[in-house]
Design a protein around this ligand. Structure first.
Ligand code: NAP
Ligand code: MG
Length: 402
C-alpha cells in the first residue's frame, strides 16, 4: 500500500518523560507505516530547552504561526526539584505559557468518549467542550493588604498622567483587610469571542457563555457586550443557518444547565471559571488520559496536545525497567487532530480519512474491552470483561484494528 503523502509539514513539538516514550512509539506503530509523515521537528524536551536557553520553544511557536498546525507532546514545567534533577541553568517558564503568549489563543478541552466508559454524571452522553479565556482577571492581578484606618481608591489617569477618575473601593476605618485590582482588555475578550464562535461552528455545536453581569455591572458586562457585538456582526447568520444556539446566561445558571444537559455543547468560560470547571468536567468524564486539548489562535492557527502532563510516576517505573500501562489516547488524538486539520487546510482527503480511521480504531479498541490500567475500573459492558494491556500492547491492539 503506498503511503499517504503530505504537502505541508506539521510542526512537531517533542516533550518529556513517559509521554516522550509514547510519542515515539505512536509514530512508529500507528502513523509512519501509513503516512509519509512530513514534520518540522522541534525538541521541547527539557534538556534541549536548557541547551538552547529555551529558544527552541519560541521557535516552535513561530513555526506554528508560519505553517498553521502543530502537535505537541507534554513537557515538564521546571520547579526547584527539576533544577537539580536536570541540572538546569535556569527555571525555564512553562512552554505552554510561552506558546500561548505568542499565538494569543483560546484553549479548548474536549473529552474522548467510548461506549463502556461511564461518566460520573450519567446524563453526559456527548462531550462537553470547555473554552477557557487564558488572559487577565485574577491571574494578572494586583493585591494588597490594607491596614486599619486606610482608605483604598481606584484611580484612573489619562495619558498625561493627570487623574481623571477616582472611586473609593473601601474605607478600612473599622479594621484591616485586603484589596485586589484586576483587569482585562477589549482586544483579548474580542479574540476569545471569535475563537469560540468559530470553534462552535466548525464542530457544529451550540455555544454557552456566562458571566456574573448582574453583580459586576461594568466588568463582566463588558464581556457580555463584546460577545453580543461579535455574534451579531460576524456569526449570527451562520449559527441560524445551521440551527445552532448561542446562549448567554449567568454563570450559576450555566452550571445548572450543564449538569442537566446531555453534553454536546461548547462552554465558554472566563479565566477563573474555566480553570475550576475544566478540572470538574475532565474528572467527571473519567480519566485524564481521555482529555484532548487544542489551542486556537484568533487568526486560525492550531496547536493540538493531550490535556495531561508527562506522567512522571509511570516514567520512573519505565526507567527502572518495570512494565507501564500508560494511556496514550489523548496523545494519539493530538496527532489525529493535527493531521485532520492539516488535511482540511491542504485539501488532502486521504489524510483526513486516515486520521478519522485512527480515531475510530482507538475508540473501538477500548469499546471491545482492551485498555490501559486507568480505565479498567471505569469500564462496564455486558458480557465483556476488560483486559489490561501495557503501554505498548495497547498501541499494537489499535494497530491491529487500524
Ligand atoms: P500528570 O502527568 O498529568 O499525571 C498525574 C497523574 O494522573 C499520574 O500520575 C497518573 O496517575 C494520572 N495520569 C495522567 N495522565 C495519564 C495517562 N495518560 N495515563 C494514565 N494515567 C495518567 O501530572 P503531574 O504528575 O502533576 O505532572 C507531571 C509533569 O507534567 C510535571 O513536570 C508538569 O510540569 C508536567 N505537566 C505538563 C503539562 C503540559 O505539557 N501540558 C500539563 C500538566 C503537567 P497514577 O500515578 O495514579 O497512575
Ligand atoms: Mg485548574
Amino acid at each position: 500500500m503506498p503511503k499517504i503523502k503530505m504537502t505541508t509539514p506539521l510542526v512537531e513539538m517533542d516533550g518529556d518523560e513517559m509521554t516522550r516514550i509514547l510519542w515515539k512509539r505512536i509514530k512508529e506503530i500507528l502513523i509512519e507505516p501509513y503516512v509519509a509523515l512530513k514534520t518540522e521537528y522541534y525538541d521541547l524536551g527539557l534538556p534541549e530547552r536548557d541547551r538552547t536557553q529555551d529558544c527552541v520553544t519560541e521557535e516552535s511557536a513561530l513555526a506554528t504561526k508560519k505553517y498553521g498546525v502543530a502537535v505537541k507532546c507534554a513537557t515538564i514545567t521546571p520547579n526547584a526539584q527539576r533544577m537539580t534533577e536536570y541540572n538546569l541553568h535556569q527555571m525555564w517558564k512553562s512552554p505552554n505559557g510561552t506558546i500561548r503568549r505568542i499565538l494569543d489563543g483560546t484553549v479548548f478541552r474536549a473529552p474522548i468518549l467510548c461506549k463502556g466508559i461511564k461518566s460520573y454524571i450519567p446524563g453526559w452522553e456527548q462531550p462537553i467542550v470547555l473554552a477557557r479565556h487564558a488572559y487577565g482577571d485574577v491571574y494578572n492581578n494586583v493585591e494588597e493588604q490594607a491596614n486599619k484606618g486606610e482608605k483604598v481608591y481606584l484611580v484612573i489617569e489619562n495619558e498625561k498622567g493627570e487623574q481623571v477618575r477616582r472611586s473609593l473601593v473601601h474605607d478600612f476605618s473599622a479594621g484591616a483587610g485586603v484589596v485586589q485590582g484586576v483587569h482585562n482588555c477589549d482586544d483579548s475578550i474580542r479574540s476569545f469571542a471569535h475563537s469560540c464562535f468559530r470553534y462552535a461552528l466548525e464542530q457544529n455545536i451550540p455555544l454557552y457563555f456566562a458571566t456574573k453581569d448582574t453583580i459586576s455591572k461594568t466588568y463582566d458586562r463588558r464581556f457580555k457586550d463584546i460577545f453580543a457585538e461579535v455574534y451579531e456582526s460576524d456569526y449570527q447568520k451562520a449559527f441560524e443557518e445551521k440551527g445552532l444556539e448561542y446562549l448567554y446566561t449567568l454563570i450559576d445558571d450555566a452550571v445548572a444547565r450543564i449538569v442537566r444537559s446531555k453534553g454536546g455543547v461548547l462552554w465558554a468560560c472566563k479565566n477563573y471559571d474555566g480553570d475550576v470547571m475544566s478540572d470538574m468536567v475532565a474528572t467527571a468524564y473519567g480519566s485524564l488520559g481521555m482529555m484532548s486539548s487544542v489551542l486556537v489562535s484568533p487568526d486560525g492557527k492550531y496547536e493540538y496536545e493531550a490535556a495531561h502532563g508527562t506522567v512522571t510516576r509511570h516514567y520512573y517505573k519505565y526507567r527502572a525497567g518495570e512494565q507501564t500501562s500508560t494511556n496514550s489516547v489523548a496523545t494519539i488524538f493530538a496527532w489525529t487532530g493535527a493531521l485532520k486539520k492539516r488535511g482540511e487546510l491542504d485539501g488532502n482527503e486521504e489524510l483526513v480519512s486516515f486520521a478519522e480511521r485512527l480515531e475510530r480504531a482507538t475508540v473501538t479498541t477500548i469499546e471491545e474491552g482492551e485498555m490501559t490500567g486507568d480505565l479498567i475500573s471505569l469500564y462496564f459492558r455486558e458480557g465483556i470483561s476488560p483486559k489490561k494491556l501495557n503501554s505498548e500492547e495497547f498501541l499494537y491492539a489499535i494497530a491491529k484494528r487500524l
